[in-house]
Every structure is written in C-alpha cells, then in structure tokens.
Design a protein around this ligand. Structure first.
Ligand code: NDP
Length: 237
C-alpha cells in the first residue's frame, strides 16, 4: 500500500519549485493533496491537472485567510508550510513594508497555520515547515530579514513541539541550502559564490527536499519533533 494512502495533506505554497515537488511526492505516495498558491494560477492549475491534487488561492501574507484555509480544508493529517519569499539589498535601503510582508509570509503564517492545524489534526499528525540553512548561517550581506525569518522558525518548532507533543503531533523544520528553483536558479549569478561554501558543489533538487519532507511525514519519524533537518551540501557546515 502506498505510504500516504488515505492521508490528507495540505501544502501552503505548492504551485512551483520545492512546494510543487512536495505536492508531486505526496500524490505519488497515495495522499489526497490540496495546495495553495498566490501569484501563479497557471502553474497551479497545471500542477493540479497533472497530479489530481486540488489548487486553492490563498495569500500567505494574509493571516486570517491562511487560518481559514487550514480550518476549512477538511481532514488534515499532514501540513507542509513551504510558502516563503526573500528580499535582497542593503538593510538601510529596504522598504519597511516589504520587510514586514516577508515576516508575515515567512513567520506569522507558519505559526498561525501550525497552531490551527494542531487544533484539528488527529494523533499522528505531522507539521513540516520549510526553513533554510540561512537560519543557521548567513554568509552574505543583504539578506538579514530572510535570515531572521528562518531563524525564528527554529524557536517556533522548539516551542510548539512542547505544545503539540501531548496531542501526538510532531513539528519539524526542513532547512535546505541552495536548491534549483525560480527563486534560486542554478545557472544564476550567485552560483559560484554559493558553491564555494559547499562540500557538494551543486544546487539541490526540489525532489531531494521533498524526500526529506516525506520521511518526516511518514511512519518512521514519529519520535522526531522540535528539530531542524538540514539538507544543504554542507553549506552550513
Ligand atoms: P519559489 O519562489 O520557486 O516558489 C515559491 C512558492 O511559494 C510558490 O509556489 C509560490 O506560489 C509560493 N508563495 C510565495 N509567496 C506566497 C504567498 N504570499 N502566498 C501563497 N504562496 C506563496 O521558491 P522555492 O521553491 O525556492 O522556495 C520554497 C521554500 O523553500 C521557501 O520557504 C524558501 O524560503 C525555502 N528555501 C529555498 C531555497 C532555495 O535555494 N530555493 C533554499 C532554502 C530555503 P505563487 O507563485 O503561486 O505565489
């Protein structure tokens, strides 16, 4: 029997990149998958048609919309919070509204979505949030708000693991290094610099991250919670 047969999975931010690989992985393993998108309706509809998953538009910068989406999404065994953005540039020059929007998407939504998910999940429920190795190591300037947001997820997971453990629900952070997506294409201008920090000198593949997510959601990971799981070619080592 496929590993996630009969399980319901919600992926926040699933239309492209790592999120789309996570959608494909759970569908391949037998789950019923719903995923959200914001700005890419064509990619979302194409992925839904390809996989038989359900695409719903929900902006992760809108806290109440995210809470409602989790609340109203039906039975829920696995929540994956993947939606995330980065902004680049001198901290002294950045628009504070853009920085706060990043915090809403990268920190507030993961927190409120996780809490709302825990209200309705049965024992055995799994919450997995996509952080970043930049939560541990930020070797370049211009990305402090992003690093802050991904470090914040670490405290969130440590704390919520205590709240959710008695309910039999786990929460974990997956921390990728550079992964080949629209947000960080392997043929982009940062390639050589990023690879210089790494022991395995290539970008990761979205499917490799999805594999770690699937393991954390699966039956072998029931004792794993409140933890960071780095998949980064030793970027952070
Ligand atoms: P992409 O930019 O390629 O894709 C981002 C996905 O998140 C899209 O599906 C997008 O949907 C969705 N998303 C973004 N903003 C919102 C929003 N406001 N509401 C709903 N969905 C949204 O990014 P990646 O796949 O590269 O990154 C995915 C996650 O992995 C992020 O959390 C990122 O920080 C993290 N990460 C990525 C790394 C990398 O090198 N690629 C490294 C470390 C971490 P839509 O287009 O429909 O808005």
């Amino acid at each position: 029997m496929p590993m996630f047969e009969g399980k319901s999975v919600l992926v926040l931010g699933g239309s492209r990149g790592i999120g789309a690989a996570i959608v494909r992985r759970f569908v391949a393993d037998g789950a019923r998958v719903t995923f959200t998108y914001s700005g890419s309706p064509d990619a979302a509809q194409a992925l839904a048609a390809e996989t038989g998953s359900t695409a719903v538009q929900t902006d992760s910068s809108d806290r109440d919309a995210v809470i409602a989406r989790v609340r109203d999404s039906g039975p829920l065994d696995v929540l994956v919070v993947n939606a995330g953005i980065a902004i680049f540039g001198d901290a002294l020059e950045q628009d504070p509204d853009a920085v706060d929007r990043l915090f809403r998407i990268n920190v507030q939504s993961p927190y409120h979505a996780s809490v709302e998910a825990a209200r309705k999940m049965p024992p055995g429920g799994r919450i997995i949030v996509i952080g970043s190795v930049n939560g541990d190591r930020m070797p370049v300037p211009g990305m402090a708000s992003y690093a802050l947001s991904k470090s914040a997820l670490q405290g969130m997971a440590r704390g919520l693991a205590r709240d959710f453990g008695p309910r039999g629900i786990t929460i974990n952070i997956v921390q990728p290094g550079p992964v080949d997506t629209d947000a960080n294409p392997e043929d982009g201008p940062m390639r050589e610099l990023m690879h210089s920090f790494m022991a395995i000198k290539r970008h990761g593949r979205p499917e490799e991250v999805a594999g770690m997510v699937a393991w954390l959601a699966g039956p072998e990971a029931g004792f794993v919670t409140g933890a960071m799981h780095t998949i980064d070619g030793a970027f952070g080592a």
